[in-house]
Design a protein around this ligand. Structure first.
Ligand SMILES: C[S@@+](CC[C@H](N)C(=O)[O-])C[C@H]1O[C@@H](n2cnc3c(N)ncnc32)[C@H](O)[C@@H]1O
Length: 276
């Protein structure tokens, strides 16, 4: 593995270790929502064996357990020890007997060939420096008619929040080098996902999009949520002495958008799947 890939992975696992406690735990639980939808989209049936890649806090793993029933089996893998520990605790808390999560790299799976009926991956593929190696691994561990299904973010932002990107750019002036650049594809159009699956040799490819609206109670809830996922990478690059000003400006913008029901934000995502 290249030196650069090792350092990217270390950075990512540290980042998700840090947010593992709060990840999707408060405010609108959109990862849980999209995870449940991914499981439905994948078409998982009873008694099947499922591998959930980059399982995080179990957004798709936990609904997959429900789908496969007691005679099925669900394994999650994640590069972040923090995520793995928290999700295994949740599995134990719910007294689930047929699921477990392991620390593993998506690009180097420690499973035998043709072991799984489905491989899932919710919002993970864009973190893999060598995503082609990962796709090869997913194919290898899938049974001959197995299916790989995953989600990414669509390149359609909620225009009402355009100001956020502009504010971040303003506060990052002079600190750009602090964010490690990702040089892979954006995984954010239907065409790209189709091409990626096609190039990796998957058949019967399906790609759909969904726009979903979520409600935040107030400015505080919106702000707190920012610190619970991958977006923290950008926030941590803002010089500490400027963070309070940044926060003040964010709250002022949010206040203008707030209605009696709170702050509404739309998220657009892609679901894609292909058969081995
Ligand atoms: C945005 S979270 C998504 C978690 C979950 N699938 C969900 O939908 O809520 C991305 C996850 O990918 C994991 N991840 C990133 N790179 C990985 C890799 N190379 N192998 C395994 N997991 C990885 C992170 O640790 C993190 O838990």
């Amino acid at each position: 593995m290249e030196e650069k890939d090792i350092s990217v992975k270390r950075l990512i696992s540290n980042l998700f270790d840090k947010v593992s406690e709060d990840f999707d735990a408060s405010g609108p639980r959109y990862f849980a929502y999209f995870g449940e939808r991914l499981v439905k989209f994948a078409g998982i049936n009873e008694d099947q064996r499922i591998l959930d890649i980059a399982s995080g806090k179990g957004a798709s793993l936990l609904p997959a357990v429900q789908k496969v029933g007691q005679n099925g089996d669900v394994i999650g893998i994640d590069i972040s020890k923090g995520m793995v520990c928290k999700t295994n605790l949740e599995i134990r808390r719910r007294d689930i007997q047929n699921a477990r999560v392991m620390v593993m790299d998506a690009e180097k799976l420690e499973f035998a060939d043709e072991r799984f009926d489905h491989v899932l991956c919710g919002f993970g593929i864009f973190f893999f420096p060598n995503y082609k190696a990962a796709l090869k691994e997913f194919k290898r561990v899938l049974k001959s008619d197995g299916r790989f299904s995953f989600t990414t973010f669509l390149n359609k932002r909620d225009e009402r929040f355009r100001w956020y990107g502009e504010l971040v750019d303003k506060y990052l002036v002079g600190a750009e080098g602090k964010i490690q650049d990702y040089d892979g594809p954006a995984f954010d159009t239907e065409e790209t996902l189709y091409e990626i699956l096609n190039e990796a040799g998957f058949k019967n490819i399906k790609v759909i999009s969904e726009e979903k609206t979520f409600e935040y109670k107030n400015e505080r809830e919106w702000w707190d949520k920012l610190w619970t996922h991958g977006g923290i990478r950008v926030l941590e690059a803002i010089p500490k002495e400027r963070l309070e000003d940044f926060r003040t400006e964010v709250f002022a913008k949010l206040k203008k958008m707030k209605k009696s029901e709170g702050i509404t934000a739309a998220m657009s995502v892609l679901y894609a799947s292909g058969e081995k």
